[in-house]
Design a protein around this ligand. Sequence first.
Ligand SMILES: [Mg+2]
Ligand SMILES: [Zn+2]
Length: 194
Amino acid sequence: MQYSKTPPAKAIFLDKDGTLVKDVPYNVDPALVTFESGVFEGLGALQEEGFKLVIISNQSGLALQKFSLSKLHELIDHFNFIFEQNGLALSGFYYCPHAPSEGSETCTCRKPQPGLLFQAAENLNIDLARSWMIGDILNDAEAGNRAGCRSILINNGNETEWLKGPFREPDYTTPFFLDAASHIIANENTIAHA
Ligand SMILES: [Mg+2]
Ligand SMILES: [Zn+2]
């Protein structure tokens, strides 16, 4: 008989605003949260496939004092509740509380930096190479790619700058969340960044 550590899980890292829900700037009011179409169905299929579901969100509204930490946590409770209502388990909600910085004073957790993904991977025992990041702007793709995941851009018009860079090429682009989920399920056993 031998002891073995639980093998690492694979995860889907999810941007919140503009990806899971309609983007309402600095919103923490559950009443104003509207999920995008295909999200519950897509997440259900991914969960069925064995992926953990983890939200990765920039919440600069904290640093900018647009809302309080307790209001943000009420929103997180709401997300847990809605996920549960739809048969989904939300394994984590990681957020960067910092403001966008100028010059050299930058945190390591605000996307496009991959800090939150590394933190989640450590806390939740996630294999980054078998994981994917889904977001609606190239900063999300960059954070995923920098963490060693694959990335999908939901191209719904929210990315407007299209800045180029070494980590800013998504593995797949689609306007539909459900199509993103199908792509992951069809391609998860191919090699990342071959
Ligand atoms: Mg977004
Ligand atoms: Zn940060």
